[in-house]
Structure formats: C-alpha cells, structure tokens
Design a protein around this ligand. Structure first.
Ligand SMILES: [Zn+2]
Length: 424
C-alpha cells in the first residue's frame, strides 16, 4: 500500500479548530495518522514530503458545479454545441477543477442529459482526472422559465429541459434518474433581474415541485432548486427540496422556514455572477436596469446570508462558474466572496468550502476534514489560507493536490524552494 508522510505541516483540519503543527501519514486512500508530536511517525517505505510549515487542509468542494458549462455568454451556445464536443469540453473542465484544488464537486445541473453522468463514471473508473462528483440532470424548467429559450416559430436548445404540469415534471425526473443522475434540478424562480430592484418571479407551481421531489425521493435521489425570490424559497422548503440555491431575496418567513429544516437542507448563494456583473463588468456592458437589479440582489444576499450564518444553516461555497464572466477554474473566488459580501470569517468560509461540501455530497463521515481514517483528499498550500483566502485562487500556491491518497499534483520545485527559504 502506498504511503506518503507529510512532515512539519500546519494542519487546518476543517473542524473549526485553529491550525496546528503536525506530521500526517497517508496510507492507501486514507489518512492513517495525524501526529502533533513532530518527528514521531514511523516512515518506513513512505514517500516523504517535507512541508516546512506549509498548510495542509482538506480539498475544496464546489457545491454548485456546472462542469458542462463552456464559459459562454448566452445559454443557447450550450444547446448549439454537439454532444461529442460537449463531452470533451466537460472532461477538460473536470480536470481543471481538480487542478485548482477542488477534490469534490456537487453538480447543480448538467447542460445535456448525460454529460455529468458520463464524466462522473469516467472519473470513478480512473479513466480521466477530476474531482469526486455528484451528477445532476439538466435544469427542469417550465415554459417561459429560466432556460426556456424557444420561440413560437423556432426551437432553440439551451441548458434546460421543459416540463409543464406535475406529470411532465415526473417524467423528466424519472428520465434523469434512469440515466444515472444523483440529483435533479428544478428552476422554481426565474433570473429576470429586469425590473428596477424587483426580485425575479416565482414560476414553478407547488404541484410541479412536489411531483419532482416525490419521484426523486422515491428513487433515493436529491432535489436541487434555483430559487432567487422569497416565495420560491418558501415553496422549496414546503415541498421538501434538499438543496436550495441563491435565496438572496429570502425574507423573514423564508429564513424561518430554512432554519426549521437546517438539519436536512443545504443552501448555496452562488453569487460569483452577481459580484462580477456589479463590480467588474465593463461600463455599459449590462443594461442599467438589469445592473440595478443585480446590485439589489447582491446587497440582499449580504443580508440574507449573514442571517443564515447566525442561524446555523449549512451553506456551501461555489456556483455558476462556467459563464463568460465567471470562467471555469475561478471557483475559489467564491470563498473570498463569502468573506467580502456575506460576512463570513475566513475560517467559516473555508468550512463551507470543505466540511459542508462533504456533508452535501453525503460523505461527511469520511471526507471534508483532516481526521484519522478519513479519505486523503488534501491540499498542501504555500501560505496560510485563513490569513488570506485569496491564496487559494492561484494554482502555484497549491503545492500538492491529493485525491483519495493519489497525488494529482506534487510540486517538488516549490517544496525545495521552501526548504531553502526555511534553512536561511
Ligand atoms: Zn447554477
């Protein structure tokens, strides 16, 4: 069995405790020992990594992944791309995510029926590199809802599949599940930030939501939902949705509902797109009324998520990377957004990006923390990510990336550079 010994690391273990010095032994796919007495672990046959005080932390987990999104400006580009090219692009994105330190990815929707599924299976089989994955089907939306790009005279595909009425929702949910999805996605609200300051509309009925939830839960699968408006959050909770995304316009009643189910529900803000549109888009690139709506949305997220953090609701990091303004691979920016926009401390944001992500993937008992017996999904980081979460945005700071004890990356030159620095 392969053994790797990380000597003299600072372990940030994801429990909430401050980082501490330790040696960490990996055996096979798991963490065998975490020793706070340095130099005590028996290292026979082990590959030695002298960390010289670098930070060892759990691998990041993207809680709202769209690995089949291709950095496009408009959603019909996803529909236009043929399945063969699309599969290759998805495989490339999966690898990029792992290159950027994400050892887990919970999908919030695939842009064609089987893209997530086939890539998840190929990763699990060891055929291609990528994070551990939970696959989702395409976004199930109603006529006129988010992702329905058709016109009366013209069929246009995007990232969504369209269902009207409970029977059609059931049918599409069963289709996704039959093809191998771990979860389904329901677009309960729109994205229509077009009216000054008004939150997007709620367009999927409770009967439709319940139908999807009933099917998914019968098959033992989860339900994810796109919910920007307060009403959509309330419908999602009342109908038993498991993962509720965005939620920035959640009002007091919606927050109370979320809190009442905090032991079973996960929430994810996915505000990367809002941040970029409000703070980084070229002047004039976004219609002023839409920009006004997005600004209101970002401010609302700041209020809602401060409250959710206070109430102990589990919130996951990531989301909506794979658009032109939020290209794949920039996912770790989300951790900084939690700190800057949502009032999280760096340590809290990092827990959202590791431990809560593992909980969402159903792997909380063996992943997302550095603990003896847990899977060795680990990052060795040059620097202290609690002091500056932006360190995680630069690939060169990720000196080692391990998934299940296998090193996807081990930068010997960076280790040597650190050794020389430490010796001086
Ligand atoms: Zn999304």
């Amino acid at each position: 069995m392969a053994r790797i010994l990380f000597r003299n690391t600072r372990v940030w273990d994801g429990s909430g405790a401050p980082a501490y010095p330790a040696d960490v032994l990996i055996e096979g796919e798991r963490i065998r020992a975490v020793a706070t007495q340095l130099g005590q672990l028996e290292a026979a046959g082990a590959e030695i990594v002298e960390a010289n005080g670098m930070t060892l932390m759990p691998g990041l987990i993207e809680g709202h992944a769209h690995i089949s999104y291709i950095d496009s400006a408009v959603s019909t580009e996803l529909g236009d791309l043929p399945p063969e090219e699309h599969t290759l692009a998805t495989a490339k994105n999966a690898r990029l995510l792992l290159d950027r330190g994400f050892t887990g990815a919970y999908s919030a929707a695939s842009s064609k029926l089987r893209l997530d599924i086939v890539i998840r299976n190929a990763i699990d089989a060891g055929d291609i590199p990528g994070p551990r994955m939970r696959a989702c089907g395409p976004e199930i939306t109603v006529t006129g809802g988010l992702g329905d790009e058709r016109r009366a005279h013209q069929f246009r595909d995007s990232f969504a599949i369209i269902a009207d009425g409970p029977i059609e929702v059931m049918k599409l949910a069963r289709l996704c599940i039959r093809e191998g999805a771990d979860s389904i996605k329901l677009n309960i609200s729109g994205d229509d930030y077009t009216r000054l300051g008004a939150p997007p509309r709620t367009v999927m009925t409770e009967a439709e939501i319940r139908a999807g939830v009933e099917v998914a839960h019968d098959f033992g699968r989860l339900v994810n939902a796109h919910c920007r408006s307060a009403e959509s959050v309330k419908r999602a909770v009342r109908c038993g949705v498991d993962v509720i995304y965005h939620c920035e316009h959640a009002d007091e009643e919606a927050l109370d509902l979320l809190e009442s189910v905090k032991d079973r529900v996960f929430v994810g803000p996915a505000i990367g797109l809002l941040h970029v549109a409000v703070h980084e888009a070229r002047e004039g690139a976004i219609h002023p009324a839409i920009k006004q709506g997005l600004t209101v949305g970002l401010e609302a997220a700041g209020r809602a998520y401060r409250e959710m953090n206070k109430r102990g609701i589990r919130v996951v990091v990531g989301g909506d990377y794979g658009f032109a303004r939020t290209p794949q691979g920039q996912n770790a920016r989300d951790i900084e957004h939690f700190v800057n926009h949502l009032g999280y401390s760096p340590g809290e944001a990092l827990i959202c990006a590791t431990r809560f992500g593992a909980d969402l993937m159903g792997m909380g008992g063996e992943c997302g923390q550095i603990r003896e017996g847990f899977l060795a999904d680990l990052l060795l980081v040059d620097g202290d990510p609690v002091a500056d979460v932006r360190l995680l945005q630069r690939a060169e700071n990720l000196v080692a990336i391990l998934k299940g004890g296998e090193s996807h990356k081990l930068d010997r030159a960076a280790l040597e550079h650190r050794r020389v620095q430490a010796a001086e």
